[in-house]
Design a protein around this ligand. Structure first.
Ligand SMILES: [Zn+2]
Length: 327
């Protein structure tokens, strides 16, 4: 019998992990970070096909699920950092419902928990109470937090920072919730605190100009400083459909390309993120070429370098060759 997709959040917590069991650090683990499955974008936006479908995205999603299910050991979870589907919830509701059914039938086969992050395509560029509640009934809370393996994860909804014209109360609620999470992280002082969100504060350099794919400059600095103050050193995003990233102080911002349509030189893929005792290591893989065996026993390269008095970043960024060029 086919598996059924289950919504896995409740009261702004991710319910696949039991908080009491997960608060304590035990050993290194890994998770898969992906973004922008965005069913429909390839034919509609990239190929400009009038009667577009989303068989290509479904194929990429299916192959990603196969890759992950074949990994040994298994990742703790897969996170898709927003834009799960392409169709707009207000103006393309019928198409979106079909995309949602297809998304769920593919990801129901995933044998580890799926963490869904809310993107602009999921609630609209100008979210409304209607689009937000539709998202919540389909995919669960649009912002929440959870513990996994001694690490505290915070999932934000960046669309409230982009345009809260029609949802000012939700935006305030989100921001005060975020502040609570940051205070909690400061108090609990976990091994690592990691943020997942859709829109990156910046793409390569914190000083870069505001554009479609990053956040407003003053908002960006305020948010990054709040994250940094709470001890957060790792923020993973999507939205750009290319690999990118950079540093704000010693906080690494990782922008991961899409499982779905590409807008640059990156290949459809996902990122393997190893969570080690003293740092995170991450590497982007094209779908179909991810590792079967994930070695978590080795001491991190960064730790060795640190001892040698070299790199102080605490993270090993992905190789420069993977960074997609803007199209
Ligand atoms: Zn997006």
């Amino acid at each position: 019998m086919a598996r059924k997709f289950a919504v896995q959040t409740q009261d702004r917590k991710f319910t696949a992990f039991k908080e009491d069991d997960e608060k304590r650090w035990k050993e290194p683990f890994f998770f898969i970070q992906a973004a922008d499955t965005q069913l429909g974008m390839q034919e509609k936006f990239v190929e400009r096909i009038r009667d577009y479908g989303w068989s290509k995205e479904l194929d990429w999603c299916r192959r990603t699920v196969q890759d992950v299910n074949a990994m040994s050991p298994r990742p703790k979870f897969v996170v898709v950092c927003g834009d799960l589907l392409d169709a707009w919830p207000d103006s393309e509701g019928t198409i979106r419902t079909r995309q949602e059914e297809d998304f769920k039938s593919v990801f129901a086969e995933l044998e580890v928990p799926l963490v869904c992050v809310c993107g602009n395509h999921d609630i609209g560029n100008q979210p409304t109470h209607h689009t937000v509640s539709k998202y919540r009934s389909s995919f669960g809370d649009d912002f929440f937090s959870f513990w996994c393996g001694g690490v505290f994860f915070i999932v934000t909804n960046t669309q409230y920072y982009e345009d809260a014209t029609f949802v000012p109360t939700l935006a305030v609620e989100h921001d005060s919730w975020l502040e609570e999470q940051l205070e909690y992280a400061r108090r609990m002082n976990p091994r690592h605190t990691v943020v997942f969100q859709h829109i990156p504060p910046f793409l390569k350099d914190p000083t870069e100009e505001k554009m479609y794919f990053n956040m407003d400059i003053s908002l960006r600095y305020a948010l990054l400083e709040r994250f940094h103050n709470a001890g957060i050193r790792h923020v993973f995003c999507g939205h750009y459909h290319r690999n990118a990233g950079g540093f704000y102080k010693d906080l690494e911002l990782v922008v991961t390309s899409a499982i779905g349509a590409q807008l640059g030189e990156s290949k459809n893929g996902y990122r393997v993120v190893k969570v080690l005792s003293d740092c995170l290591e991450h590497q982007y893989y094209e779908i179909g070429s991810g590792p079967r065996q994930v070695d978590l026993s080795v001491e991190s390269k960064t730790a060795t370098e640190k001892r040698d008095g070299e790199e102080q970043g605490g993270l090993r960024p992905s190789s420069a060759g993977e960074l997609g060029q803007p199209s």
